[in-house]
Design a protein around this ligand. Structure first.
Ligand code: 3PG
Length: 212
């Protein structure tokens, strides 16, 4: 496992962020860092994503910032040029995965079936995203699926929250959990960065409680 993945695994929780306005990037990064979770998956669902990654990584160089919802190789290039250290895609797109592997970029593609996991295994990937986790059977599906693929670790996202995250973190097949619960769009829009910091601290405490 490379250094980026090792660091994500240590965090245990990866905040999945949708930023509509680049002005929120800096205060959000500050809240995450002060909350003890200097990392983020900034999703390419908005026009603000690329510049937000740039701002976060420039102002907070200690942060590990990746790009999520990456749907094209062109977005891979833009994300990496802006400072993204890892690429996340919701599904398994062979073109994106192969492009990242070729360029030595850390990539965690979404896989929810054994056939998709097999595609990742074939390419030597060790960490795969499982999205949307709750809708596809959560921890039970992850355990059943990875039983056949020894050595594969899963990063579930989708429907994870403070109530169910312990169950995910307790599963040894789970590498880290992605989630937006501590960085919800309404909190960002309302400028509730203190609340984001407090919820981030809570997430860090949960990781400590479950993983020690
Ligand atoms: C993702 O892209 O990983 C998800 O949208 C995050 O899911 P959540 O909003 O349910 O945490």
């Amino acid at each position: 496992m490379n250094a980026v993945l090792e660091q994500l695994s240590k965090f245990g929780v990866v905040p999945v962020v949708v930023l509509n306005d680049v002005k929120d990037a800096e205060p959000l990064a500050k809240a995450l860092c002060q909350g003890g979770l200097p990392c983020a998956e900034v999703t390419f669902r908005t026009d603000a994503a690329e510049e937000s990654i740039r701002i976060m990584t420039e102002k907070y160089p200690e942060m590990l910032v990746g790009a999520g919802t990456v749907l094209t190789t062109e977005q891979v290039d833009r994300a990496v040029a802006a400072g993204a250290k890892f690429i996340v895609s919701p599904g398994f797109d062979p073109e994106i995965v192969d492009y990242c592997i070729e360029k030595g970029i850390t990539v965690t593609p979404g896989c929810v079936t054994p056939s998709e996991v097999a595609q990742g295994v074939k390419r030597g990937l060790k960490v795969l995203k499982f999205f949307p986790a709750e809708q596809f059977g959560g921890v039970a599906t992850i355990k059943a699926m990875t039983a056949a693929y020894v050595g594969i670790k899963i990063m579930p996202t989708g429907g994870i929250n403070p109530k169910n995250v312990r169950e995910y973190l307790a599963c040894d097949k789970i590498f880290a959990c992605g989630g937006s619960w501590m960085v919800k769009g309404d909190m960002i829009k309302a400028g509730e960065f203190d609340k984001i910091e407090a919820m981030t601290k809570e997430a860090v405490e949960i990781v400590k409680e479950v993983r020690g």
